[in-house]
Design a protein around this ligand. Structure first.
Ligand code: GLU
Length: 531
């Protein structure tokens, strides 16, 4: 009886939300406003689950209003941006089903959609701000800036640096200009008063202007900073709503001021709560795998991962846990986003994924999906050259390659017993290797090998001995195919997670050890940087 009553309420709820959605679309059409949202990732590493989470909410918001969701690549940091990272982001979002209407690979009326190709546009708007006296050229050198900061710290000054702090005499400016010295363009920012801006979830937010620095808009190499490019592009790309992570709240006053300087309407801002590790710290790859590729490799279904990300800080009106992207869009209401830090918990994700597998995949579909996941030609062609020398018949394949199709391995402290290495050595090697791999940007097998070699030399171990615990961590046994090849195939997140799992299995450092090891590792890191 109760169940029936409950489900009736559920039914009424969802039809009410459909009507609300309909009303929104009519209202938007009446005011001739097409809702446009965007995801604007910087291609500087592995595709992050946080990017997918923000993309999902932008897409749900746009689609609920009958609007458009677009993708823009923010690659103004040329030293850190790579084409591979961009491609991985595109592939990962697409795998999840978060398709965009316009983007670097989908030309549209507001292109190009890659900031590195929009240099002239930013030049033009920077010049406009300079001409109108809303920005200024700053010839201060890095040393002078350091000095200024130190002086301010010593004098106990808390506020941000302003134009008046940076000013040079007119003659000095003329001298540096004549000598063609490098300069940056900074925005002018009020010295006092309060900036108030609206956030869709938090209402009015107030920030003292004294805390806002005169942000660099154009770097000395002529490239814009995030702030300028982001504001100019959001305006030119007709973005109406910006849903982004809460780490950008402190940038909002600068953005609002730029919109005012240009006389443009500012999109509505909505700062989403950040994803957190189970210990409540900000989700970071040091504690939790963060790459979408890891979750794909772990064998999660795209639909389940998306469903789980939707549950981060948001719930369906009837609180049900399992729902599809379409169901989310149908019922989406941004006001149901809760501001408490959502915890990204792999166990919960696994539980949800299990439901998806059992309830949504027939045996035939399971077979197809599993084949796509593990036995696809691309993956097999990475594994086969590695294992071919080790097998005599096909029945040998699964035993030698099963670790390449697994998640965390069933290792114990005994797995690390070694005739020469003491337990203490093994623990130190695993911890140092874990720090080394966390910082590694170049996930290439030859490079990884030379890094391990350097690690061994710096720690006074033979390469063979240093690699022993790594073999066990990565492959479950030291009698395995090349460990660096395996790490290249498994990818950074899975490899890092396995080394971390191994370290936990043998016992990570005590508080006292951690301090000593960190100090020792700082020296080792210097050697690694040279290798
Ligand atoms: N490029 C920024 C990022 O990587 C975009 C922030 C924004 O959405 O304004 O997160």
């Amino acid at each position: 009886m109760l169940d029936k009553a409950d489900s009736n309420i559920g039914g009424r709820e969802s039809s009410r939300y459909n009507a609300q959605q309909f009303l929104l679309i009519i209202l938007d059409a009446y005011f001739l406003m097409t809702v446009r949202t965007r995801i604007a990732p910087s291609p500087t590493g592995d595709p992050h689950v946080g990017t997918a989470y923000i993309a999902l909410f932008n897409m749900a918001f746009a689609r609920q209003h009958g609007g458009e969701f677009i993708l823009r690549i923010e690659d103004t940091d040329q030293t850190r941006s790579t084409a591979e990272s961009e491609q991985m982001i595109l592939d990962s979002l697409r795998w999840l089903g978060l398709e965009w209407a316009e983007g670097p690979d989908k030309p549209g009326p507001h292109g190009p959609y890659r900031q590195s190709e929009r240099g002239d546009i930013y030049q033009k708007y920077t010049q406009q701000l300079l001409d109108e006296g809303k920005a200024f050229k700053c010839y201060r050198t890095a040393e002078e800036l350091d000095q200024l900061r130190n002086q301010r710290r010593e004098a106990g000054l808390q506020g941000a640096m302003k134009e008046s702090d940076l000013a040079l005499s007119t003659e000095e400016v003329a001298k540096r200009e004549a000598a063609n010295e490098p300069y940056v363009v900074r925005m002018k920012v009020p010295e006092e008063g309060v900036c108030v801006f609206d956030d869709m979830l938090r209402g009015a937010i107030e920030v003292e202007w004294s805390q806002v620095d005169c942000q660099i808009l154009m770097k000395s190499d002529g490239m814009p900073t995030y702030h300028l490019a982001n504001v100019v592009d959001d305006h030119l790309m007709e973005i109406t709503h910006v849903l982004r992570g809460e780490e950008w709240i402190s940038s909002a006053p600068k953005h609002q001021l730029l919109y005012k300087y240009f006389n443009w309407e500012m999109p509505q801002l909505c700062h989403m709560p950040l994803l957190r590790n189970p210990d409540k710290s900000k989700l970071s790859k040091r504690k939790n795998p963060t790459s979408i590729i890891y979750y794909k490799r772990m064998g999660y279904m795209a639909e389940a991962l998306l469903n789980y990300l939707a549950r981060m800080g948001w719930s369906m009106p009837d609180e049900r846990e399992k729902f599809s992207l379409d169901e989310m869009i149908e019922n989406f209401d941004v006001n149901r986003v809760s501001l408490g830090g959502p915890i990204f918990d792999q166990e919960k994700l696994s539980w949800l994924n299990g439901m998806w597998i059992r309830e949504e995949l027939s045996d035939e579909q399971f077979a197809v999906e599993f084949q796509k996941w593990a036995l696809n030609p691309e993956y097999l062609m990475q594994i086969i050259p590695l294992i071919k020398q080790r097998v005599e018949k096909f029945t040998d394949v699964a035993p030698v390659s099963s670790f390449l199709l697994s998640g965390m391995l069933p290792i114990t402290a005994e797995s690390f017993e070694h005739k020469k290495l003491l337990l203490e050595d093994t623990r130190r090697i695993l911890q140092f290797a874990s720090w080394m791999l966390d910082a590694e940007q170049n996930w290439n097998k030859d490079h990884l090998f030379s890094q391990f070699k350097a690690l061994g030399e710096a720690m006074d171990f033979k390469i063979r001995d240093v690699l022993f615990p790594i073999f066990v961590a990565i492959a479950g046994t030291s009698q395995s195919v090349s460990v660096v090849d395996s790490m290249q195939i498994l990818g950074p997140d899975m490899s890092r997670a396995r080394v971390r799992h191994a370290l936990n299995t043998v016992g990570g450092p005590s508080k006292k050890e951690a301090k000593r090891w960190e100090k020792e590792y700082r020296e080792v890191a210097k050697v690694l940087a040279e290798a």
